[in-house]
Write a new protein. Sequence first.
Length: 132
Amino acid sequence: EDAVARVPESIPLRYRLALYLLGRGAAASARTVFESVLALDPSCFEAHYRTGQLDLAGGDAQAAAPRLAAACRLRPDSPAAANDLGVAHWLLGNRNGARVCFTHALSVSADYALPRNNLEVLDHDAERTRAE
């Protein structure tokens, strides 16, 4: 924190501080630092992605979706961001959006198990809903 105070415009220092805070379990403080990174550089993929993950972990898919969508626009080759955006869509009831995101994540990384598992559960839920 002292280093950031001495060089407040340093995005890499702020980002490392946010990761340190996350590692120490200080999610709210980490979020504040990630948001300060975005204020300095709105094109920072990692800050959008990490903030979206914090929103998802906190149960706020509504807040997570635009953060994760920004991350996906900034780095369309990130299967993790696409998968997490799919989870946010799913939690918001947008099954089609979720399917698109999970499918995209698999197109980027065919070995990534999370979107494959999410698609299987999504399909199983759809079949169960049709049967009821």
